[in-house]
Design a protein around this ligand. Structure first.
Ligand code: ADP
Ligand code: ASP
Ligand code: MG
Length: 438
């Protein structure tokens, strides 16, 4: 069996929902699991609604809810051929929107916010399931909240997911096809939570691992992982094959096509991940697995909103234990370090979460002079970067000869070289790399 995940644009209109329904019922589909995101734009609108409620603007929230409901009423009207399914789905959508409305009248905490954010996936999965039922497919909708769970640390509880999913599947009528919601889950206390924005990819890989799938397919609006960010560079090309580590680096460093955490469960269980295009279903896309390709630079990605922190200290000279003190400061403020470079007199690090920057800065000042550079960007070049390969670093650095580079990291893994540059130089750097490398 395979797990197939369809993102927001893939289910973004009634027409797209019909195409997806055709795709997931192609010959041999029996036994598969389908994970759906919310229709594109819906989760953002739900965030908007939550922001209005948080600001105490009940009227604003009400207007956005009404507009969203009107849109869904139209979609539902367009999707179904029979009055029966139209009525049934409209009634369900009505209940969901009234539920969302109910939160504008009461106490509003992150608990209620998370419930609202998950309604897009509940709507889309019900719409597609009802459409398939109307088409005569033996499909069953599984409630992700009954088996997707994260633990006290916010990490997926793989053992629980596997056990509960098996129980849930066995408890109901057998079906030819299973559909469930991406993104949503429960926390360790049983409250509704989610796997972070873009997290439906993660749901798919967690379910692939839980079910021992032969493949995890991520269907989106582009024909696989491209060799550069298509939002900034023209003429990018699809990469046919990536090693798990290469895909993880690209996803972590900004290739939006994949959620950063999604490769881990697949890699751990050695399940290939295939990135495919809903608009061009027969295009080969990208296969991600445990095969390594030698001597190839595969792709470039960029991650924004990076802050660079440098600490210079006379005391660092020959001082073992200095780095430990520095790392403890970041740990105590729950901030992960992305890049790090050291010299005899100083350490430079980059972070993407600046929430605790003032506290980190204050603590670091106890040990030396601290300099902060905001609005930076990490450019990550991914491929076979084994140190014994000759000339790759030179080639990559040559591409960036006209861009000021704040930090360079190489050798941390065998698969990437990262550069820290100013945000305003990002597009120039990405284009220069494409020109030189591909
Ligand atoms: P979905 O809603 O299906 O999850 P996303 O918007 O999250 O889709 O991801 C697909 C988008 O990722 C593409 O439309 C593309 O603009 C963007 N993207 C960024 N970097 C890359 C890349 N290297 N290769 C392919 N797509 C990329
Ligand atoms: N709907 C959620 C989001 O927009 C999850 C996802 O699409 O993966 O973030
Ligand atoms: Mg996505």
């Amino acid at each position: 069996m395979i797990v197939q995940k369809f993102g927001g644009t893939s289910v973004g209109s009634p027409a797209r929902m019909k195409s997806v329904s055709q795709l997931i019922t192609r010959p041999g589909f029996q036994g598969n699991m389908v994970v759906l995101s919310a229709m594109s734009g819906t989760t953002n609108t739900l965030v908007e609604i939550c922001n209005y409620i948080k600001d105490g603007n009940t009227e604003g929230a009400g207007d956005v809810i009404n507009r969203l409901q009107d849109k869904y009423t139209q979609h539902i009207d367009e999707l179904y051929a029979t009055e029966e399914k139209k009525k049934e789905t409209l009634a369900l959508a009505g209940e969901i929107f009234n539920y969302i409305r109910s939160f504008t009248k009461d106490v509003f905490t992150t608990r209620e916010e998370k419930i609202i954010l998950g309604q897009g996936e509940i709507l889309s999965t019900n719409m597609v399931t009802n459409y398939l039922l109307e088409c005569g497919v033996k499909v069953r909708l599984l409630d992700a909240l009954s088996f997707m769970r994260i633990d006290m640390n916010g990490e997926p509880d793989a053992w629980y997911i596997k056990q509960r999913l098996a129980e849930v599947m066995q408890a109901g009528d057998p079906a030819d096809l299973y559909i469930t919601q991406g993104f949503i889950c429960r926390d360790a206390m049983g409250e509704v939570d989610n796997l972070q924005r873009g997290g439906s990819d993660y749901t798919a890989s967690l379910l692939g691992a839980a079910m021992g799938a032969s493949e995890i397919q991520i269907w989106t609006d582009i024909d696989g992982m491209h060799n550069n960010d298509p939002r900034f560079v023209e003429g990018t090309k699809s990469v046919p094959h990536l090693y798990f580590e290469e895909a993880s680096e690209l996803a972590y460093f900004g290739a939006k096509i994949l959620h950063p955490t999604c490769i881990q469960p697949a890699k751990f269980n050695n399940i290939p991940v295939r990135l495919l295009n809903t608009m061009d279903p027969d295009a080969p896309g990208t296969v991600i697995d445990n095969r390594k390709d030698h001597g190839i630079i595969k792709a470039v990605a960029a991650k924004d909103n990076i802050t660079a922190i440098k600490i210079k200290s006379g005391r660092m000279l020959l001082a073992y234990g200095f780095l430990r003190k520095v790392f403890e400061i970041f740990e105590s403020h729950q901030t992960a370090i992305d890049m790090i470079c050291t010299s005899e007199v100083g350490v430079s690090m980059s972070i993407d979460n600046a929430t605790y920057l003032p506290q980190i800065e204050a603590d670091l000042r106890k040990y030396g002079t601290v300099t902060i550079d905001r609005d930076m960007c990490i450019i990550c070049v991914v491929g076979d970067m084994e140190w014994e390969n000759k000339g790759f670093e030179g080639h990559v650095l040559d591409a960036l000869k006209d861009v000021p580079v704040r930090m360079v990291c190489y050798g941390g893994s065998n698969y990437n070289i990262s550069f820290l540059i100013r945000k305003e130089d990002k597009e120039k750097a990405l284009k220069a790399l494409s020109k030189t490398l591909f």
